[in-house]
Design a protein around this ligand. Structure first.
Ligand code: AMP
Ligand code: GLY
Length: 426
């Protein structure tokens, strides 16, 4: 079968690498892809906002199945447009993608179906939001309702900080995304991510991961899209996974179906493991980046089979097998990220993959045949190990071989888990 993959990040390189291993695949196309993806797919230029153009490309190339990597095309309704033409899609409808596209939508769903999450209220003006913050006190969390590229959340340690964040939202710091604001209770605990496929009526739990959002060592500095991740997350014990499925993901699936927008795709649940158990911070409706890279390293099953079973409502017959080892990925980013950074800086030849190590490309391009960095997050150096300590050592050993003077990375990805392993707790 021919497949079209939408996206160009490290997540999509990892998806392309796994899809390309499927015996069911004939040709994999990627739009727009990147030089890493080009090693396992045919990269094409397509305007994914132009749904008619995507449909006609699928017709021209006899593509019956499209895999959507990022959230923006889902929120914009690409899945709906393709499905209306009889093309199968991995990724939810625009209505179901509201789970990521509107924080207020998700909080209302949690309230209606008793899904554990922080207490909250939605606001469309600053004075009422501030009055609520003053009544509740700090710490408290202020969120722009819509998609804000991960920047619309302020975890405020004081009432003043929360009020300033409310002003920012309503004064347009996040454009339309901040026209509505959610104020929610601060949750205390350890964060983890959990991934689960859903075909509308059946769930297939995948795996857990933990990422590092801050740009600097020791989890300091501004938030980024993610500077590294590892899987599995030790905090997601079998008991916590079972509770997450029963208390959070199953009621979400049932609630979405009951409310008339059944969910098809992957639930990426951002969780806080509190003293009471798992609570939902947020949903994303696509794989995480860089979490996907560590998941794909560990997945033994045929990814194309799993994604197609999800899209076609056949998950009851599906299962996923995983390597027991830990996978860990280190993001190499352009100096200056998440602020401004220089583009088109040269990257010398990359180290070759080994049995346990490989590099996924994100913001790279070829210029006159030479590899250059064009994005903020540029390379994902990924490795396996018997535990986090070994995976971390292998990932950094490979990262140290990358000759890219304008690149930087964190040096402590996985530090919490490594510290635990060294104390003999795991
Ligand atoms: P989000 O974009 O919703 O994932 O939020 C970004 C980050 O803010 C999360 O990864 C958490 O670290 C933090 N955060 C969001 N909501 C809360 C909350 N209710 N309590 C504590 N931290 C939160
Ligand atoms: N790494 C977080 C995300 O993909 O949203």
């Amino acid at each position: 079968m021919n497949v079209l993959l939408i996206g160009s990040g490290g997540r999509e390189h990892a998806l392309a690498w796994k899809i390309a291993q499927s015996p069911k695949l004939t040709t994999l196309y990627a739009a727009p892809g990147n030089p890493g993806i080009a090693e396992c797919a045919t990269c094409v230029t397509l305007n994914v906002d132009d749904h008619a153009a995507v449909i006609s490309f699928c017709r021209e190339k006899s593509i019956p199945f499209v895999v959507v990597g990022p959230e923006a095309p889902l929120v914009a309704g690409l899945s709906d447009a393709l499905r209306a033409e009889g093309i199968a899609v991995f990724g939810p409808s625009a209505a179901a993608a509201q789970l990521e596209g509107s924080k207020g939508f998700t909080k209302d769903l949690c309230a209606k179906y008793n899904i554990p999450t922080g207490a909250y209220q939605r606001f469309n003006n600053a004075p009422k939001a501030k009055a609520y913050v003053r009544a509740e006190g700090a710490p408290i969390v202020v969120k722009a309702d819509g998609l804000a590229a991960g920047k619309g959340v302020t975890v405020a340690m004081t009432v003043d900080e929360a009020c300033a964040a409310i002003d920012d939202c309503f004064e347009g710091a996040f454009g339309e995304a901040g026209a509505e604001v959610v104020v929610e209770a601060y949750l205390d605990g350890e964060e983890a991510s959990f991934f689960c496929l859903c075909d509308g009526t059946t769930l297939l739990a995948l795996a857990s991961a933990q990422d590092h959002k801050r740009v600097g060592d020791g989890d300091t500095g501004p938030n980024t899209g993610g500077m590294g991740a590892y899987s599995p997350a030790p905090v997601m014990t079998p008991e916590i996974v079972e509770r997450t499925m029963k208390e959070i993901i199953e009621p979400t699936m049932r609630g979405m179906a009951a409310d008339g927008h059944p969910f098809s795709g992957v639930f990426f649940a951002g969780l806080m493991i509190t003293a009471k158990g798992p609570e939902l911070i947020e949903y994303n409706v696509r794989f995480g980046d860089p979490e996907c890279q560590v998941l794909m390293m560990r997945l033994k099953s045929d990814l194309l089979d799993l994604l197609l079973a999800t899209a076609e409502g056949r998950l009851q017959d599906a299962s996923a097998e995983w390597r027991d080892e830990t996978a860990l990925t280190v993001v190499m980013a352009s100096k200056g990220y998440p602020g401004s950074y220089e583009k088109n800086t040269p990257i010398a030849a990359l180290p070759q993959p080994t049995e346990t190590q490989r590099i996924f490309h994100a913001g790279t391009a070829l210029k006159d045949g030479a590899l250059v960095a064009t994005g903020g997050r540029v390379l994902n150096v990924t490795a396996f190990g018997q535990n986090v300590t070994e995976a971390q050592a292998r990932a950094y050993a490979m990262a140290d071989q990358v000759d890219w003077p304008n690149g930087f990375m964190r040096h402590d990805i996985g530090w919490r888990a490594v510290a635990r392993e060294n104390q003999g707790e795991n």
